[in-house]
Design a protein around this ligand. Structure first.
Ligand code: 13P
Length: 313
């Protein structure tokens, strides 16, 4: 048996559902029960898992979100050191200072934040629902201003699509992988593949977004490729791992990276070997090493913010 077969057998034996984000390695997609973007996986974790265990193949904030949404389940992370540099831009204390400066203004944060940060907010959003969430929370608070963090590029995306005054907090937050895309990358890629469609994630800089044919979440990008035939191919402006998924699912189509350096080392920490070790640890003293638990006082507050997002999206 190879490692994938061993994982499949073990997850059935131990009663585990494996949820994987698109940025994890392709081998992980192949053994996962469900693959999705941030919003899709949150919804699945909340309502659609029947097993007692969820193994979350993604960065830590995603596993935390699953734990907050479904505290009855045991959430396991194959590598709890898989963090998100974007999440480190905004803490709960930071948010409290912004609230003092801007009283009665709703606080929206991207799901790429810790549970502790989420606990200080009014609502979360993901890249696929950010515009809708911003509009709905503004309507609820009867205001045209919202505090939005921590990704300055996603804030700009929302600002350009609403009539709202979006105050980006802390104003300098970014995903190091998406933020590296430059106008020159687009110029180079368009020169090499002039008729290809350029599709980018909204965490990319505004000047890159402006040049794109489509901007959307990872699921949005996958749907775009499936719904828009282009014999000349697609230039992919997101974490490079999505390319592998697209090639796997669309073997007859052509994909080109916008920049080959856009690799998220944290997502790549989630390997098949670590997934196997995690599964083997179940019901042994080792299991605690992989469990993701959010303190209940934080989880209860974060839940309000995440649940509100799911209700509004
Ligand atoms: P989506 O899953 O919403 O596309 O966002 C992915 C992500 O975490 C980018 O850093």
């Amino acid at each position: 048996m190879d490692i994938s077969e061993k994982i499949s057998a073990l997850k059935t034996e131990k009663g585990v559902t494996i949820l994987a984000h698109y940025y994890t390695p392709l081998g992980v997609h192949k053994i996962a029960d469900r693959i999705g973007d941030s919003l899709g996986l949150s919804k699945i974790a909340k309502n659609e898992v029947e097993t007692d265990y969820i193994l979350f193949a993604g960065v830590l904030f995603m596993a935390e979100t699953a734990s907050v949404l479904n505290p009855a389940k045991i959430i396991l992370s194959p590598d709890k050191s898989a963090g998100c540099p974007l999440a480190n831009f905004l803490s709960g204390d930071d948010i409290e200072k912004y609230k003092e400066k801007y009283p009665n203004i709703p606080v929206v944060v991207y799901v790429n934040t810790t549970a502790e940060t989420k606990a200080h907010t009014d609502i979360c959003c993901t890249s696929s629902n950010a515009v809708k969430i911003a509009e709905k929370i503004a309507e609820e608070f009867k205001t045209d201003t919202i505090l939005f963090g921590p990704d300055k590029n996603l804030a700009s995306y929302v600002r350009n699509r609403t009539n709202l005054n979006i105050i980006s907090i802390p104003g300098r937050g970014f995903c190091p992988r998406h933020n590296l895309f430059k106008k020159q990358d687009v110029i180079n890629a368009r020169k090499d593949h002039p008729k290809a469609s350029l599709i980018v994630h909204p965490e990319s800089p505004p000047e890159v977004q402006e040049m794109a044919d489509y901007i959307g979440s990872t699921s949005g990008m996958i749907n775009f490729v499936e719904e828009h035939e282009n014999d000349s191919g697609y230039i992919i402006g997101t974490e490079i791992g999505l390319m592998e998924h697209l090639i796997w699912k669309n073997p007859s189509k052509n994909f080109f990276p916008l920049n080959t350096k856009s690799l998220c080392e944290n997502m790549k920490k989630i390997t098949l070997e670590k997934i196997y070790s995690t599964l083997k640890s179940i019901e042994t003293p080792e299991e605690a090493k992989y469990q993701v638990k959010v303190p209940s006082n934080i989880a209860q507050k974060a839940l309000l913010s995440i649940d509100k997002m799911i209700d509004y999206s």
